[in-house]
Ligand binder design. Structure first.
Ligand code: SAH
Length: 450
């Protein structure tokens, strides 16, 4: 079998090919159908000169760039054999023959309904979240994995995240970079630094989708100008899907950064329970956060959103509502991760949720949206459980994010303690991710847009 990660060595750089080029099959307005070895995915296209038969890279459901046919064909040639082997492996790991011995009867009935095309109610999801015996838990995860494979095949999104600043004006009760943590050294990368990190990630490592993240700025105007310069700087050099994650930067701020070239926005609503939200976020309102999320969708951003799992005071019913809220928002990607107590935060004495609660939530997200959900395994989950990425990908998830913030800054982006990968170089992260994806039969083809 051709080795899974394919290194194309040019004179100066090593390009990790963990995106596979696709061929344009059809064009319908601003959407195109892309073929990857016979699999069809839809993507949004903003390139003016695209024709049927052209080869492109797509990521995050967006066409990133056109690639010359001879180059695309040579990459596809390298991938061909491994692609079909990966597909076979994924199918064998997500078999529809699920062992039912000793599994909760009511659970079997609920999940059978989903397997045969029905839908899950709030009550069903609430019931699933209370399951605790091992056989039934296994059955939940395997069913979620089966549904993922059946509807979205073995595509897996690999995004990179760059934490451009840890300055923050918020006082969120759980967060280690909140303005209340006065012992933390603050940083803000210069425009040139941020552009260089992004361009390097694209050139050297082949990233096609990047998230730029920071604490929430106090001076929004100044911050928007700074971000415009970064986004335009990156886009002037490179074709890439850029996603912003800066908190509430105002609706005008969202407009300006879309204009500058950002096409994704990552913003969790954290919890859909208004009272809990107000208790955890002094001087903030859930309605305002949701207004940002809804407006970003209206502007055309692909929105990644979700909530924290296991917040003190959060109930199972709250989590069910969180799951149904992302569904109702029709968000492009779901980002749910465990709350992890930070010693310098107001919730330092609280406990994180257990691993199975997080896995149940990932599976439940798959159950409420089995045809389309793009579900992230978060770094917070990997911090809670070193096996989280493998477990999550086998419980309905199909997306991972690598942290490519320079190490000196990554350590200071201290939202919760002992973050997974906080001391791991980018090459090592890529190698470990690709080895894992290979062992699970997952391929880095674009998941397509909803
Ligand atoms: N300013 C941006 C980014 C905030 S940090 C924004 O407002 O969206 C990114 C995410 O880290 C938050 O959305 C939150 O869900 C998560 N986070 C913060 N503190 C955490 C903790 N103690 N445990 C787990 N996740 C945490």
């Amino acid at each position: 079998m051709v080795w899974f990660w394919i290194l194309l060595i040019t004179n100066e750089s090593i390009i990790m090919c963990y995106a596979i080029p696709g061929r344009i099959e059809a064009i319908k307005g601003n959407r195109v159908i892309v073929d990857y070895f016979g699999e069809k995915k839809e993507a949004i296209n903003e390139l003016k000169d695209l024709s049927i038969g052209d080869y492109i890279y797509a990521q995050g459901g967006y066409v990133i760039e056109k690639v010359p046919s001879d180059y695309a064909l040579s990459v596809l040639d390298l991938w061909r054999e491994s692609f079909f082997n990966l597909q076979k492996l994924d199918m064998s790991l997500s078999s529809s023959v699920l062992p039912r011995d000793g599994v909760d009867e009511k659970l079997i009935n609920i999940l059978d309904r989903l397997i045969y095309g029905g839908s899950a109610s709030r009550k069903d999801i609430g019931y699933i979240l209370t399951i605790s015996d091992k056989k039934s838990l296994d059955y939940i995860y395997k069913t979620a994995n089966f549904l993922r494979q059946k509807h979205l095949k073995n595509s897996c999104c690999v995004h990179g995240i760059i934490e451009i600043s840890n300055q923050c004006s918020c006082a969120c009760a759980y967060c280690g970079i909140s303005s209340l943590n006065q012992g933390l050294r603050r940083y803000k990368m210069s425009v040139e630094e941020a552009v260089k990190v992004a361009v390097d990630a694209i050139d050297r490592y082949g990233f096609k989708a990047l998230v730029l993240q920071s604490g929430e700025p106090a001076d929004k105007d100044e911050f928007i100008e700074y971000c415009e310069a970064i986004i335009q700087g990156i886009r002037a050099h490179k074709a890439v899907f850029l996603c912003i994650s800066f908190g509430e930067i105002g609706l005008r701020g969202l407009e300006r950064l879309y204009k500058a070239g950002a096409r994704g926005m990552l913003m969790r609503f954290e919890t859909s329970n208004e009272n809990l939200y107000s208790r955890l976020h002094p001087n903030k309102m859930l309605a305002s956060r949701l207004e940002h999320i809804r407006y970003a969708i209206e502007l055309g951003y692909l929105v990644f959103t979700g909530a924290l799992i296991g917040l003190p005071g959060q109930t199972i019913e709250d989590i069910v509502e969180d799951i149904f809220l992302v569904r109702e928002l029709n968000a492009e990607m779901y980002s749910f991760g465990p709350f992890i107590p930070h010693e310098a935060s107001l919730l330092s004495k609280a406990s994180p949720p257990d691993r199975d609660m997080v896995l149940k939530v990932l599976a439940a997200l798959r159950f409420v949206d089995y045809k389309d959900a793009r579900i992230l395994v978060t770094t917070a989950f990997e911090t809670l459980d070193p096996e989280a990425r493998r477990r999550g990908l086998l419980a309905g998830a199909n997306s991972v994010m690598l942290n490519i913030t320079p190490l000196e800054y990554r350590r200071l982006y201290d939202i919760y303690p002992d973050r997974a990968w906080s001391e791991t170089g980018v090459e090592e992260q890529i190698e470990s991710t690709l080895t894992l994806l290979q062992s699970l039969g997952r391929a880095p083809t674009d998941l397509g847009v909803r």
